[in-house]
Design a protein around this ligand. Structure first.
Ligand SMILES: *[C@@H]1O[C@H](CO)[C@@H](O)[C@H](O)[C@H]1NC(C)=O
Ligand SMILES: *[C@@H]1O[C@H](CO)[C@@H](O)[C@H](O)[C@H]1NC(C)=O
Ligand SMILES: *[C@@H]1O[C@H](CO)[C@@H](O)[C@H](O)[C@H]1NC(C)=O
Ligand SMILES: *[C@@H]1O[C@H](CO)[C@@H](O)[C@H](O)[C@H]1NC(C)=O
Ligand SMILES: *[C@@H]1O[C@H](CO)[C@@H](O)[C@H](O)[C@H]1NC(C)=O
Ligand SMILES: *[C@@H]1O[C@H](CO)[C@@H](O)[C@H](O)[C@H]1NC(C)=O
Ligand SMILES: *[C@@H]1O[C@H](CO)[C@@H](O)[C@H](O)[C@H]1NC(C)=O
Ligand SMILES: *[C@@H]1O[C@H](CO)[C@@H](O)[C@H](O)[C@H]1NC(C)=O
Ligand SMILES: *[C@@H]1O[C@H](CO)[C@@H](O)[C@H](O)[C@H]1NC(C)=O
Ligand SMILES: *[C@@H]1O[C@H](CO)[C@@H](O)[C@H](O)[C@H]1NC(C)=O
Length: 854
């Protein structure tokens, strides 16, 4: 590829040299032959024509490219499906006046021809070909008339639409001006995607993959294509739509001639508008379709309406008066089968009795007009009248929206591929029965009423927040920091998709706020080999975790939050805000994050040894962790939690401490991870309550599992469980015995009999084993899992007991929680649960709904 582009540069360079001695040439006349290596350059040097090889290909093609753009950008190819092997291609104008490409090394085989039929060969010697400044290659002549265009490359586009080039249909000749994608970057052959106009009903453009419709432009409505609201960006280019008996076509022009802009049907199936940026020396994307789910043709089926602006909700809705055809599919977020009329009166009307009406949908892409009826004479009022009287009519709109609207488009039957736009869409009137209309009006009024209440409440809330902020600022002046202020200063809203590179601007602003690296999606994608399965480390809280290697060799772990998870963004903000501030050797280090194209990702340091659970619950690997190591790990975890609870600037409750959330680094130092569910506490707040209980069964304290109450002491409980798992090498939840329901219960039983040391994992009974220390650890573990939160020690107390600064011999623990025999806990898997809180019931009665498996 490098070689090829070098070749390209050299030819361009040579040609530029040549230009200085001989006159510029943009024409081939009758007697000349044009060989591989020759070049035509348009008179103001914008375009060049000649032989080239695309990408890594070695084949030779004849085509047109930008002469002043340093990156080889081919805009037209003559012999796209019939390449020449080797550099012996020759172009010439043959009688009676066709441009013909032949392969001299292959018996002068005909490769390609303009193939225009010219009657009479008498004056063929006047034909010539010229490359115009627009990028159009024109064959003049034929029939002795210089100046008559007999063929032009603009009539046979390949994958690129240049300014002044037409898309549509020549009704006189039947010629279809359409784009077809290349096969690949290296092969300009006819690919799978086509962009073409369909004349039926009101003419529209369609993007096809083979014969399947991918995207629809909607009809021209006087100012824009109904489905391309961005088109009204008039200050950069102008659009020319022609619809008459001779042709239906659309073309565009760029106001500033020094801008190179093109539309290209990409081989991957998107229609892109790109503009050359001389500064960056690259093509910048300006516009593209299909962009969101709603762009895909008929994404919500017949009578469906696609609304991509509903965050976290299903994007499909039914048009007013319609309901999902298959409710179960709709529930599973599959809208493909669309909607059907609600049972009730038919849409047959008698307008004098007002038994049908219309509901106006604003700012939409109008339904597919392939089967619509267009009347350019009727006004909007007459159109409504016509539609209400005609039983089969389901909707109407005006054909030309400029100057208040004129003309009438009516649909008879299914309304397909309607979607919402945030602005610049068109209005459509959907026919409904009088009773549906009445109900709709009532709801809208109701919601307007509600709106006022919401506005009122919101303004009061705003005032309260403002007062609060002022209060905080005053407090800060006094030298005290408060966490909320930190949160406020950190705006993490995802960048809105903008065609003007607005997202990069926002990212920059974020950079200024935080000394946190903001990674580019490309960098991450590259580092993880496009999130290859082989690099997947596991499934975490709200998505998958991948291993990656940056170009500087640095290894990273990327937590990619699933786009579907509704709660994701909250948790994401939470996690980034928290971890960015936390620096402790027993906490996983956050290197940066990435918010781009709807992706939310966290980039952590990579820890090669994975989770603690991989070691302590494994017979073989367990041997790697002797008593000393395990004791140090327990100490390290305790230090990490103490830091979270007390020493960091914020007070943080982890809420999901467990063995798999403790990672080990290369030196087997523990590092606590997964702060996705962590909560920040006010400095003097002791306890909080949540309605959404998240955590892992087996590690949840009773007050949290049952009442949603969490505090430092719920983390202490989890730590106690973890400690006993580390000592015993067994999972709390999977431990079964006649006398005890789980590990805690079993330890409790042994403790009462004075045989607690029996639970110590046989794998650690080596040299470093210290029964005194082990006994102390078990006792501390039991103290941590006591039923009542107030009986449990704080984490700092735990740490001082562990390091033997506080004597424990005189303390005796009370009975732990969850040791009732024959409890209905039967799962040994760790699940994250969501339970309705404040059920004063016993553990067994708690309604536990599995949100997702972990
Ligand atoms: C083309 O060649 C023929 C014979 O070789 C000659 O008579 C004629 O003048 C040439 N025409 C041009 C335009 O050079
Ligand atoms: C192209 O030509 C070379 C040498 O002339 C030959 O080895 C090769 O097989 C040819 N390739 C094709 C696709 O015909
Ligand atoms: C040239 O056009 C004729 C019909 O106009 C067609 O039959 C023939 O296949 C074409 N030849 C080439 C090389 O395209
Ligand atoms: C070539 O063109 C000239 C005039 O431009 C004409 O007189 C002559 O007959 C033409 N020759 C042929 C072979 O068509
Ligand atoms: C359409 O085709 C006819 C007949 O070939 C031709 O005369 C006319 O110029 C074409 N129109 C356009 C806009 O190219
Ligand atoms: C739409 O209406 C405007 C003004 O009424 C008119 O100038 C324009 O030609 C119309 N466009 C079409 C496509 O009919
Ligand atoms: C080159 O020519 C085209 C067509 O006449 C014109 O639109 C464009 O402005 C010219 N470009 C430059 C850089 O002069
Ligand atoms: C198609 O898109 C890919 C990926 O964005 C890009 O690398 C390629 O250059 C594009 N092709 C064209 C013809 O623009
Ligand atoms: C429409 O309703 C009016 C008033 O009820 C009635 O006179 C007329 O016959 C009805 N027309 C049709 C077509 O049903
Ligand atoms: C309703 O409109 C369609 C399309 O214009 C037409 O074919 C049909 O005859 C009309 N029906 C009546 C009852 O007017």
């Amino acid at each position: 590829m490098q070689q090829r582009s070098n070749y390209f540069y050299i030819t361009t360079f040579l040609f530029t040299c040549l230009l200085q001695c001989c006159t510029s040439t943009d024409t081939i006349t009758q007697n000349q032959s044009f060989k591989d290596g020759d070049l035509l350059v348009s008179s103001n040097k914008s375009f060049a024509f000649g032989f080239f090889s695309p990408g890594a290909s070695l084949n030779r093609y004849v085509g047109i490219w930008y002469n002043r753009v340093s990156e080889q950008t081919v805009v037209w190819v003559a012999n796209r499906n019939n390449p020449i092997n080797g550099s012996h291609g020759v172009l010439s104008i043959e009688t009676p006046g066709n441009l013909v490409l032949r392969d001299q090394s292959n018996k002068n085989k005909l490769i390609w021809s303009t193939n225009v039929s010219i009657s009479g060969s008498s004056a063929a010697n006047s034909s010539f070909i010229q490359l115009m400044d627009t990028g159009n290659l024109v064959l003049f002549g034929g029939e002795g008339n210089r100046g008559i265009i007999s063929w032009q490359s603009f009539d046979y586009p390949t994958n690129t639409l240049l300014p002044h080039m037409k898309q549509g249909v020549n009704r006189t000749s039947g010629l279809l001006w359409s784009l077809t994608s290349w096969k690949s970057k290296d092969d300009p052959g006819t690919g799978d995607f086509q962009f073409k106009m369909v004349l039926n009903g009101s003419p529209q453009f369609f993007l096809y993959k083979n014969s399947e419709r991918l995207w629809r432009s909607g009809p021209w409505n006087g100012i824009q294509l109904s489905g391309v609201p961005d088109m009204t960006t008039r200050f950069i280019f102008s659009v020319d739509y022609v619809e008459n008996n001779n042709e239906v076509s659309l073309s565009y022009a760029i106001h500033n001639p020094s801008i190179f802009s093109r539309m290209v049907l990409n081989e991957s199936g998107t229609m892109d508008r790109l503009t050359w940026q001389e500064g960056q020396k690259s093509w910048v994307q300006f516009w593209t379709v299909p962009k969101d789910q709603c762009d895909y043709y008929s994404h919500c089926g017949a009578f469906g309406d696609c609304n991509p602006y509903k965050l976290g909700e299903f994007e499909c809705e039914c048009l007013p008066g319609y309901e999902p055809k298959v409710k179960s599919e709709w529930y599973l977020r599959d809208g493909i089968n669309g909607c059907t009329r609600k049972p009730g009166e038919p849409l047959c009307g008698n307008s004098t009795r007002n038994d049908v009406g219309f509901i106006k949908l604003t700012s939409v892409k109008v339904p597919d007009t392939t089967n619509a009826v267009v009347n350019r004479v009727l006004g909007l009022k007459e159109c409504a009248d016509f539609c209400s009287k005609n039983c089969s009519c389901t909707a109407y709109t005006s054909a030309n929206v400029s100057n208040g609207g004129s003309g009438c488009v009516t649909w008879h039957g299914e309304l397909i591929d309607t979607r919402q736009f945030s602005n610049q869409g068109q209005d459509v009137y959907i026919k409904v029965t009088a009773s549906e209309l009445a109900e709709y009006v009532k709801n809208v009024k109701g919601s307007r009423h509600k709106k006022w209440i919401i506005i009122l409440v919101a303004s009061i809330a705003l005032i309260v927040v403002l007062i609060f902020v002022i209060f905080i600022v005053l407090r800060k002046r006094k030298g005290r920091r408060h966490y909320i202020q930190e949160l406020l200063s950190f705006n993490l809203s995802p960048p809105s998709v903008s065609s003007y590179g607005g997202s990069s601007l926002k990212r920059k602003q974020m950079d200024e706020n935080r000394d946190l690296t903001i990674y580019d999606l490309k960098t991450i994608s590259c580092a993880t080999d496009s999130f290859a399965l082989a690099n997947k480390l596991g499934e975490g809280g709200f998505g998958s975790v991948y291993k990656g290697r940056l170009s500087n060799g640095c290894e990273i772990a990327v937590k990619r939050l699933s786009k579907s998870s509704g709660q994701g963004i909250e948790e994401f903000k939470n996690e980034v805000t928290l971890i960015a501030r936390l620096q402790h050797k027993n906490l996983v280090k956050l290197l940066g994050c990435c918010i781009q194209e709807g992706e939310k990702m966290l980039v952590y340091e990579y820890l090669p040894n994975k989770g603690l659970d991989n070691y302590i619950f494994d017979k073989e690997k367990g041997e790697l962790l002797d008593w000393r190591k395990r004791f140090e790990i327990s100490l390290g975890i305790a230090r990490g939690i103490v830091y979270l609870h007390r020493d960091s600037r914020l007070k943080i409750i982890h809420r999901d401490l467990k063995s798999s959330n403790v990672l080990l680094d290369a030196n087997m130092q523990p590092k606590i991870s997964d702060f996705g569910m962590a909560r920040i506490f006010g400095a003097d707040q002791m306890e909080a309550k949540t309605l959404r209980v998240v955590g892992t069964y087996g590690y949840m304290s009773p007050e949290y599992a049952m009442q949603g109450l969490f505090s430092e002491k719920s983390d202490v409980f989890s730590y106690g469980v973890l400690l006993m798992e580390i000592i015993s090498g067994k999972r709390n939840s999977s431990y079964f015995n006649d006398d005890a329901v789980n590990l805690i219960g079993y330890v409790w039983e042994l403790w009462k009999e004075g045989k607690a040391l029996n639970i110590v994992d046989s794998a650690i009974l080596g040299e470093s084993y210290n029964p005194d220390e082990a006994g102390r650890c078990i006792l501390i573990g039991l103290l941590c899992v006591q039923e009542h939160a107030m009986d449990r020690p704080t984490m700092s107390e735990v740490l001082s007991m562990l390091s033997n600064e506080t004597s424990v011999s005189s303390i005796s623990p009370k009975e732990p929680a969850f040791v009732i025999k024959k409890s209905s806990y039967q799962s040994d898997k760790t699940h994250t649960y969501s339970s309705s809180a404040s059920l004063g019931a016993s553990v067994d009665d708690v309604t536990i709904t599995v949100v997702r498996a972990r």
